[in-house]
Design a protein around this ligand. Structure first.
Ligand code: ADP
Length: 455
């Protein structure tokens, strides 16, 4: 039985896990960098251990220090959250070899799905449609151009080791392909220490729709419906909602079934997400699987009433899923706005600093997952997301109106944030009509006066 969990993360997700542990009667151990000593997850966890200096490479990415802390504090399990070591197969293996349960899938499943080429091949064999493209990495320019022509332009060049929307280049013809191919390889080498790239058909104006799955260690897999994450800036999600305004019941059923098959194909255990691009005709293509909890998981929690972090812990404990697919119902509409400390007037560069007055919205149908508080100093070393506002109601219209209302109440003094931008999107007709694709933000910026989201 898991009695104590080390949380190998920071920020809002670390706090989210502390809260789930507390409700389950499980002790929590926070680990933190010197820059995070004042962080809320450190203050609210039962115990806390400093694991090093501010830089992630010296603290949150140091598997050796995290495992040493786990042994010192005698924990039974480690929850990796998202980012950092959450999709690091070696870390999962190290945990297991120290007899500490890694809360997530097996190292083998992480490895299979972490390599985008292997992942695509695996799900394809299970009958899940994938985006047409190269079979794995491609390194000779001549071969790449030949294939790009065969697939048909435009194509997208993606880093094998990419993530977080980085390491992608689009080419519209042979000439731009040659240039982008080199740029992509160099960028991938610099950013990920691995220059390998692969190519895919570039799907124009698709929707990004992903399915949440849960799998227990006894072979049962179910899905918890979809999240539409089409509102993205530079391939990074800004808004997520469920259900998707685009999916028909039939398409939802087919994508749900495909997602369960994809998870079964890698003997998955825990919470995971299968990501797809969906074109205007309703064709869907697998792009990747995230083998961890995601930032946007609360949207699914509010629509299904299922606490995903608690489910992860129960599954890690060896418990059986207590529901069948037919028990899962979707009774609400939920939407999440990511609140980033960024300056829209300066091309969204991070805006760290000390928060003056902090006031989070509340009321009917409003949830705020955030580690921010009045007087909190946002460190400059990490991701700029400082909170998530999740609003829900019986219809999409109510959820959107509520989100606009809650954003209007949200006060974060002293730093620039994406709150004004989120408000402008919540009241934008294209978004309100449910017509946003991944091309939406570019179009939005082109036609919206910047003083609307620059305040
Ligand atoms: P990452 O691992 O960096 O998050 P993904 O493969 O999940 O990368 O893609 C992130 C986003 O990039 C997608 O949501 C979509 O907006 C865009 N994208 C990725 N592949 C394609 C494609 N083949 N065609 C069009 N857009 C794509």
């Amino acid at each position: 039985m898991i009695q104590k969990i080390l949380i190998a993360n920071r920020g809002e997700i670390a706090l989210r896990i502390v809260r789930a542990c507390r409700e389950l009667g499980i002790k929590s151990l926070a680990v933190y960098s010197e820059a995070d000593a004042q962080s809320l997850h450190v203050q609210l966890a039962d115990e806390a251990i400093c694991i090093g200096p501010a830089k992630s490479a010296d603290s949150y990415l140091r598997a050796d220090r995290i495992i040493a802390a786990a042994e010192l504090a005698d924990v039974d399990a480690i929850h990796p959250g998202y980012g950092f070591l959450s999709e690091n197969a070696k870390f999962a293996e190290q945990c297991e070899s120290c007899n500490i349960k890694f809360i997530g899938p097996s190292a083998n499943a992480i490895r299979m799905m972490g390599d985008k080429a292997v992942a695509k091949d695996t799900v394809k064999k299970a009958g899940v449609p994938i985006v047409p493209g190269s079979d794995g990495p491609i390194d000779k320019e001549a071969d790449a151009v030949k294939l790009a022509r065969k697939i048909g332009y435009p194509v997208i060049i993606k880093a094998v080791a990419g993530g977080g929307g980085r390491g992608m280049r689009i080419a519209h013809n042979d000439i731009s392909f040659a240039k982008e191919f080199h740029v992509a390889r160099n960028e991938a080498e610099k950013a990920f220490g691995n220059g390998a790239v692969y190519i895919e058909k570039y799907i124009e104006k698709p929707r990004h729709i992903e399915f949440q799955i849960l799998a227990d260690s006894h072979g049962k897999v179910i899905h918890l419906g979809e999240r539409d994450c089409s509102v993205q800036r530079r391939h990074q999600k800004l808004i997520e909602e469920s259900p998707s305004p685009f999916l028909t019941p039939d398409l939802r059923k087919r994508m749900g079934k495909a997602s369960v098959k994809a998870a079964e194909a890698c003997n998955y255990e825990g919470a995971g997400t299968i990501e797809y691009l969906v074109d205007a005709q309703g064709n869907f293509y697998f792009i990747e699987m995230n083998t961890r909890i995601q930032v946007e998981h609360p949207v699914t929690e509010e629509v299904t009433g299922i606490d995903l972090i608690k489910q992860q812990i129960k599954i890690a404990n060896g418990e059986r899923l207590e529901f069948d697919q037919s028990d899962i119902t979707f009774t609400k509409h939920a939407i999440e706005c990511r609140i980033n400390a960024e300056d829209p007037a300066r091309n969204f560069i991070p805006s760290p600093g000390t928060i003056g007055l902090y006031y989070a919205p509340g009321g009917h149908g409003v949830r705020v997952d955030s580690h921010a508080y009045s007087g909190y100093a946002i460190p400059p070393y990490y991701d700029s997301m400082i909170g998530k506002l999740i609003c829900y109601g019986s219809t999409r219209k109510i959820a959107l109106e509520r989100a606009y209302r809650a954003l209007s109440e949200y006060l974060i003094g002293g730093v620039k944030t994406t709150i004004p931008l989120q408000k402008a999107i919540m009241s934008d007709p294209t978004f309100m009509e449910g017509k946003a694709t991944t091309a939406y933000m570019e179009d939005f910026f082109a036609r919206t006066p910047s003083d609307l989201f620059n305040t």
